[in-house]
Design a protein around this ligand. Structure first.
Ligand code: PLP
Length: 343
């Protein structure tokens, strides 16, 4: 058995998901005929307090579809520095929607609303129009954004008639960490994107949610982007189980992340970034003088543990459904052995 700490996207569909997938009633979803997709979209809209939802192939697809649907070519889209839309979506906003991305700083305690306000474009012949503001919660850095901060950003955007899109790929992790309902986070924007294939263990898919009018327009843009799927109920069936049975289990991932953080600190020179330990992601540094990145990655792989290399000098371990506390003990013992062998 492999212990995979690279991401929570590595999760496998559960046995009950596979049964539901095999038995799902399906139809052609481009005609709106797939009862299982329709059921998933209705369930998600209720759960997240939005009028309508749309099943999409991936989180990147959902975010880019939101950008395309909210904006016009040449608009400026404001996003947080280091967010997924900026860092991990291959520059798609420029290619697919012809928009210009500009970043605002996101500090440890949230978005600097005053600074963001100064970035909204006024009426000047030289300026692009500010077409959209994107927030992310939970953030790719492992931190959550406080609800009050999101509220302040949404109030600012509404006062200027600028829509807000929320990248809520890990919205249920954020809600758990903040002690709020996911729909309270979703309420801080006009649209929200939610991932089914991370901690919730569905094999494929995300949901984009918003008003009926917005989702109607997004449905057409989804077709334009090649994301009009046919008998997608096979996939949606797993998503339904993700939303109904798997949300409550995220707590286990969060507890395991804390346990992993504590145990990593037993290793000399291993420094856990404690201030970013909000969800199921543990960030830490381990100097190259103690063990090099390639030695650690290859050494752990020999012990059946998959990890990613560093990004910006940091390692990221992600707990997920396939990682137990016993697995974490194995990882720590393996790391201790490697560090003592090479240092
Ligand atoms: C994972 C993730 C996405 C979507 O990723 P896909 O791999 O395209 O499903 C979007 N935003 C954030 C913050 C994510 O973590």
């Amino acid at each position: 058995m492999i212990i995979d700490l690279r991401s929570d996207t590595v999760t496998q569909p559960t046995p009950s998901m596979r049964v539901a997938m095999a038995n799902a009633p399906v139809g052609d979803d481009v005609y709106g005929d797939d009862p299982t997709v329709n059921q998933l979209e209705k369930l998600a809209a209720e759960l997240l307090g939005k009028e309508a939802a749309l099943f999409v192939p991936s989180g990147t697809f959902g975010n880019q579809l939101a950008i395309m649907t909210h904006t016009q070519r040449g608009n400026e889209v404001l996003v947080g520095d280091a967010c997924h839309i900026l860092m991990h979506e291959v520059g798609a906003a420029a290619v697919l929607s012809g928009v210009q991305i500009r970043t605002f700083p996101v500090l440890d305690d949230g978005i600097d609303v005053e600074k963001l306000g100064l970035m909204l474009r006024g009426d000047d012949i030289h300026f692009p129009d500010t077409g959209l503001i994107c927030m992310e919660n939970a953030k790719s850095s492992g931190k959550t954004v406080p609800l009050a901060n999101m509220e302040a950003v949404y109030a600012l955007a509404q006062s200027q008639n600028i829509p807000i899109h929320i990248d809520g790929a890990r919205i249920f992790n954020a809600a758990l960490a903040l002690g709020v309902e996911a729909k309270e986070i979703a309420a801080q924007g006009d649209s929200v994107n939610v991932c089914l294939s991370k901690g919730l263990c569905a094999p494929v898919g995300s949901l984009l949610l918003g008003t009926k009018k917005f989702i109607k327009k997004a449905r057409k843009n989804r077709k334009l982007m090649g994301g009009g799927l046919r008998q997608a109920g096979i996939l949606a069936a797993a998503g339904i189980i993700g939303l109904t049975e798997m949300v409550s289990r995220l707590e286990e991932d969060h507890q395991n992340a804390r346990y992993l953080a504590n145990r990593l600190e037993e290793i000399d020179s291993c420094s856990v970034l404690r201030n970013r330990l909000d969800i199921n992601m543990v960030f830490f540094t381990l100097p190259e003088s103690v063990i090099t990145e390639s030695t650690l990655v290859a050494g752990l792989l020999e012990k059946n543990v998959k990890i990613s290399g560093q990004e910006d000098g940091e390692y990221r371990f992600v707990t997920n459904h396939g990682v137990s506390s016993d697995d974490i003990d194995w990882v720590i013992e393996s790391m201790k052995t490697l560090v003592s062998r090479y240092s």
